[in-house]
Design a protein. Structure first.
Length: 199
């Protein structure tokens, strides 16, 4: 059985060279490895509302989902990030009812929004974390693996790299974009030597 590592939502950062995405920084519980997850502004807002316990006048979608589970005596027991492919994170929600556990596929942004509201633990296989993690420097800066960025963000970063005449970096981004459009391989992405400073 593969070793699972528990993560916690540490910060929501606006460090992308674009307003298309924010970074949800997941940190290894009791460790130093971090996993940056790119999400849209609305998804980041939903996570922040749960993370900081903001009181909303009416229940949001994630509150409604958890209330529905509660009504039917079911519980969200854990979130599992099981794949990172083409900059897209894939997650499962594990639901328990009457001692039976089932799982359903979920957008990772929704899974995180549910986890911060319910207190359900967030897990990832250690091998997958090792391939995609970053370590924060003392300055708070970090390099973001380009394999964890969405294709849309990579295209905008490439345009900015060309505009600033950083052609070597633009070529690396182009190669990553081309590798996604030219391959339907269903294996998890390995990002060896693919770190890029998108901070």
């Amino acid at each position: 059985m593969k070793k699972k590592i528990e993560l916690e939502v540490a910060e929501i950062l606006n460090r992308m060279p674009s307003d298309l995405a924010l970074v949800i920084l997941l940190r290894e519980k009791g460790g130093t490895r971090c996993l940056p997850v790119l999400v849209g502004p609305l998804e980041a807002q939903a996570i922040a509302i749960g993370m900081y316990r903001y009181k909303m006048p009416r229940p949001g979608t994630h509150d409604l989902y958890l209330k529905t589970l509660e009504t039917f005596d079911a519980t969200l027991t854990e979130v599992n990030i099981y794949r990172i492919k083409g900059g897209v994170f894939h997650s499962h929600l594990f639901i328990e009812k009457d001692s039976n556990v089932s799982y359903i596929d979920s957008r990772t942004s929704d899974a995180l929004a549910l986890a911060v509201r319910s207190g359900a633990p967030i897990y990832i296989e250690e091998e997958l974390l090792d391939r995609n993690c970053v370590r924060l420097e003392s300055s708070g800066a970090y390099s973001l693996p380009i394999t964890t960025a969405s294709t849309e963000v990579l295209k905008e970063a490439m345009a900015q790299a060309v505009a600033s005449e950083n052609y070597e970096f633009a070529a690396r981004l182009r190669d990553e974009i081309n590798s996604r459009t030219g391959s339907d391989d269903d294996n998890d992405i390995d990002n060896d030597e693919s770190d890029a400073d998108l901070t």
